[in-house]
Design a protein around this ligand. Sequence first.
Ligand code: PEP
Ligand code: MN
Length: 278
Amino acid sequence: MTIIKISDKIRLASKQGPDHRTIVKVGPHNIGGEHVVVIAGPCSVESRDQIMGTARIVKEAGCHMLRGGAFKPRTLPYSFQGLGEEGLEMLAEARRETGLPVVTEVLAPGDVELVESYADVLQIGARNMQNYPLLRRVGAAEKPVFLKRGMAATIEEWLGCAEYILNEGNRDVILCERGLRGFSKVTRNTLDVSAVPVIRQSSHLPVVIDPSHGTGVRSLVAPMAYAGVAAGADGVMLEVHPRPEEALSDGAQSLRPPELMELMNQIRKVANAVGRSV
Ligand code: PEP
Ligand code: MN
């Protein structure tokens, strides 16, 4: 595989040779290996019924991990901010029932200990990509970190943030491309699919694509998920909701359960076509 050098200053996140890859283990799953890992769930944990019901759908569809925010970074303070620790408890209950490992966001350094006691993977959201005290704190955590790309961040800046986490000793960093701020009025963001092969060729870290935030439009999620897998993504993050019209956040981009089932059927074919499996 070709190696792209982003910068001499990216030391720990850079690819050192063609076969240099980090595999992040989460429960029974390996991220960064032959399998493409699918992480699905609601944008926010809203209630016990909602997260338990969604977790069952995610499991039945054949996805590998459950997502859901308990601490939400919202544009306005008046919007639903998440259920906090109560939401984390519900996620842990969903894991107990389904066996799905849980990925959830942590917003502040002071919450890392709490979130880490419930979650399997700590998500750093796009808005916090350059929150350096938070990066240092999750760098000292015991759990893998899911680092979303900032909405106006270059690849070099993004890898610089991974560098902060790696430099504190946490080697388990998963990168996630979730779209950049653009000028389109049709899509919420512009999904940089090219970031996937750029990361594959410049870094040993696994890279996941998020076509839900990347497009903001339900009907565009599946085609862009397939594009991400075709481009070499090690995983896909998807938002799904049993009743998207009632969602407290990101309903317009949330798949309905049958759409998740259909996506899972099709994505296997795309993965197989590029020598991977789901
Ligand atoms: C999310 O995953 O729900 C989220 C807030 O994503 P992002 O940080 O990419 O906007
Ligand atoms: Mn969301």
